[in-house]
Design a binder for this molecule. Sequence first.
Ligand code: AMP
Ligand code: MG
Length: 346
Amino acid sequence: MKTKQIDAREEKDLAKILKPAAKAITEGKLVLMPTETVYGLAANALDSQAVKSIFIAKGRAQDNPLIVHIADFSMLDNLVEEIGEIEQKLMNVFWPGPLTIILKKKDIIPSVTSAGLDTVGIRMPSNQIARVLIQQAKVPIAAPSANISGRPSGTNLADIRQEFEGKVAYRIDGGECDIGLESTVVRVIDKKVHILRPGKITAEQIAKVTGDVVIDKHVLGKIEKDEIIRSPGMKYRHYAPKTKCMLIYGTDKEKMIKYINQQIQANPNSLVIGRKENLPYYQTDKKLELGTTLEEISKNIFTLLRKVDTYQVDIALIEGVEKQGLGLAIMNRLLRACEYNYIEIL
Ligand code: AMP
Ligand code: MG
């Protein structure tokens, strides 16, 4: 299949230019679709053959369920059983936006989509291109992050073009993703919101709406043998470059910089990924800029992780951030990228 590209970046009449891509979705083909979080590998969520081809194109484990994207509330009733009061509140406040809510699914959702679970993660994205594509296709769209499984998620087309060349009917260029990290995934258990995957919608924001929030222990912790896993995706190696990575964080910035410089001294063939303002202090010429604010860092992370292996260094030393607000999501991705090789400087 020859992949065609649609440039939707400056486009006013989205309905018109997205028509062929929407048609491809209804024909069971795959499309690379921008969202406000990361790019998605999109297919008709109700078509089990199409969904199977997502798993094949990504090399994704079959027990890792897909998130189903809708354009408006009218699509929801058909997909899920009764919606609880807390879930309804979350939808009212955070949709459209980067929040995925786990709900009891109806039979119309094929078991490949939900990986055999009786629940499904639903999200209503705010990105206009994604919304118009779903509206035009008139079906809910299953879309995991557009990356070969294990690799960092794609936040712009240039990063993922090659990975899906010939495997998708269309790639839609929507420019850089606004957020750069995947959605926050939540599930209500015994009337409490549990965060299964942190994202741009923070625990603090959710707590303001629903009261107490539980952060699943696997958000920052490694999975030990025989533990119950509430989100299958947590089990898998993710985001990690081939190069060994170490995550270093300390609230005392000077101490953190000193520690990283000691590591560079011990192994001069090191790459440092750090905050813009700290980079001048590192005694190496191999440096990559994380950004300064948490928003900038979240936008940059996946592209930076994709660059690590091009440096051919022995180790990449990556600065961490505080584990609060959006920082929790950043640290969740970085811990996994570094395979929990983490030093906290006290
Ligand atoms: P991705 O599609 O790559 O953004 O990953 C989707 C994430 O959502 C994975 O970590 C899944 O485990 C999680 N997820 C999707 N559906 C469910 C579900 N029904 N229950 C729990 N976690 C889910
Ligand atoms: Mg993913």
